[in-house]
Design a protein around this ligand. Structure first.
Ligand SMILES: [Cu+2]
Length: 535
């Protein structure tokens, strides 16, 4: 091991606050050997747009008083329309990348952090080398060059750090932003556009009295996942969205480390969903509330045209069961041990973690003025080509991935993450459709360790075909089931305790390593991640 990597690793251990005792339970931490290689642009790739993203540690104003240290991504368009990069107003989150289907994109990622890091384009179907696998993490001063064509349909995607063992901490510190892909099919629809098309990144955070981010890494918080005491929207506390009397398209992303939301309007209006992870669904779906697990996206259509000016409306997360180990105890206990908040102007913060499955405010909307135009909800959105079981290469034998937690580890088919550790059942022939399933204690009870897991697969989007729940967990499941959106294209699926979710996933075009993992980022860092080898 050379000295540079050694000192890098020391720094990152210091930064992560990982103690020697913790390392003993994370043997895979010491296996990250492949870090530290800049890459170069390919002369054969003719980019339509070129973007430079620079990661830096900076201080930003979030609250009154001391500025907050965050990890920020700065974006610059080197080639192409200046609108390729947009910023969420006043946000410390990474810039929004506005891409078109069919565009060839080159991104220079420059790492100015004193830590190794790599970015992943969540939901995009890109070559393995361009996917942000942790093995490509770069050190301070190095550059990784990404080149890919946008093959995805219009939709709300995102990007975030995917660095071995420290993804949770890095995303928490600020390394996450939106990718909005558009295409002709979507543009032809009369959906709210421009300032009436609003992205909303929902995250929970915790700050100390000096306004600094607090990230707890005790073992209990790792097992349940980090839970903050304050909801941030687009990186801002106490967020109020001013709207006109007309309809809006709201693009929700759950960018939280582990928090699952059950979102409902407080005036009892149903929620109208028009899109999910992989873009618009075929037709709007109306439900009493909508579930949003970490990394999932939901696009909502909301009409404020009949609301009087001055109306305040809130989107709340409302109670549900089966949220965490020991019936929700973990969230509350974790909160008590963490730094307390004090101070002014932080109305929503209590110093205690908001319990998972609790009742709390997420977003406030205020109707402030009349509108000059409106758009009505289209009855049909975009057609979705259904995948068929008969086309699966393994229609009679699903590739089942069992989810389990035991002895301070989180496992997939009983295995923990390791680089370059492909097992025979993780090899998938390229250009095939596969029948797959996530089994979260459906066939074998997890007992007290039953937890929800938001499962994500890299590469192409998939379609959900079936959910099954054991009798023991049906009552808890019924508290979330009306808010699931299983139509359309998905890249992340919430798998509740006692549940098995079956889906069809295409593995087209690209060979190489593609990750599959839990998007509860503490679970991911604990090893609940593996690679598929597509060949
Ligand atoms: Cu998990």
């Amino acid at each position: 091991m050379n000295n540079k990597i050694n000192s890098q690793r020391r720094k990152f251990l210091q930064y992560s606050g990982i103690t020697a005792a913790t390392i003993a339970t994370y043997p895979s931490l010491l296996q990250a050997k492949n870090m530290g290689t800049s890459s170069k642009p390919s002369p054969n790739f003719h980019a339509d747009v070129e973007i430079e993203l620079t990661q830096k540690a900076v201080k930003v104003p979030i609250f009154a008083g001391p500025e907050t240290r965050v990890w920020k991504v700065f974006g610059k368009v080197l080639k192409g329309s200046p609108s390729t990069i947009g910023n969420l107003p006043g946000s410390y989150l990474a810039p929004t990348l506005n891409l078109q289907k069919g565009q060839k994109v080159r991104i220079y990622l420059r790492n100015k952090l004193h830590a190794h890091s790599i970015l992943h384009w969540h939901g995009l179907h890109v070559p393995a080398k361009m996917d942000g696998n942790p093995m490509y993490a770069i050190n301070h001063g190095e550059t990784f060059v990404y080149e890919f064509e946008v093959l995805n349909r219009a939709g709300t995607y995102w990007y975030h750090a995917h660095t071995h063992s420290v993804t949770a901490k890095q995303v928490y510190s600020g390394l996450a932003g939106l990718i909005i892909v558009s295409d002709k099919e979507e543009q032809a629809l009369d959906l709210p556009k421009g300032k009436y098309d609003i992205p909303l990144v929902i995250q929970d955070r915790k700050f100390d009295r000096q306004n600094q981010l607090v990230y707890g890494v005790n073992m209990m918080q790792r097992m349940s996942g980090f839970l903050g005491d304050q909801i941030m929207i687009n990186g801002k506390p106490d967020y109020v969205l001013p709207v006109e009397k007309r309809s809006y398209r709201l693009r929700l992303l759950n960018g939280s480390n582990s928090r699952i939301y059950k979102l409902a309007w407080d005036d009892g209006s149903p929620v109208t969903v028009i899109g999910t992870d992989g873009g618009l669904i075929e037709k709007p779906e109306t439900m009493p509330y909508v579930m949003l697990a970490p990394a999932e996206r939901r696009e909502l259509w909301v009409d404020f045209s009949k609301k009087p000016i001055g109306t305040e409306l809130t989107l709340r997360s409302i109670p549900f069961d089966g949220a965490s180990m020991h019936g929700g105890m973990m969230g509350g206990m974790g909160g008590g041990m963490m730094g307390r908040r004090g101070g002014m102007g932080r109305g929503m913060s209590s110093g205690r973690s908001l319990p998972l499955g609790g009742d709390y405010l997420v977003l406030k909307v205020k109707v402030v003025k009349h509108a000059k135009s409106n758009s009505s909800l289209p009855a049909r959105l975009t057609p979705i080509k259904p995948l068929h079981l008969r086309d699966a290469a393994n229609a009679n034998k699903a590739r089942t991935i069992t989810l389990s937690m035991r002895h301070m580890s989180a496992l997939l088919n009983g295995r923990s993450y390791k680089m370059n550790d492909i097992q025979p059942d993780e090899v998938i022939p390229v250009n095939t459709l596969q029948l797959m399933a996530f089994d979260n204690g459906f066939h074998r009870s997890m007992g007290m360790m039953a937890m929800p897991h938001p499962m994500h697969l890299h590469g192409e989007q998939f379609q959900i075909i079936k959910r099954e729940v054991t009798p023991r967990h049906r009552a808890a499941h019924a508290t979330i089931s009306e808010g699931l959106v299983d139509s359309g294209w998905k890249d992340t699926v919430l798998v509740m305790p006692g549940e098995k979710v079956s889906f069809l996933k295409p593995f087209n075009d690209y060979k190489g390593l593609f990750m599959y993992h839990c998007h509860n980022l503490e679970h991911e860092d604990m090893g609940m991640m593996r690679d598929f080898l597509i060949k």
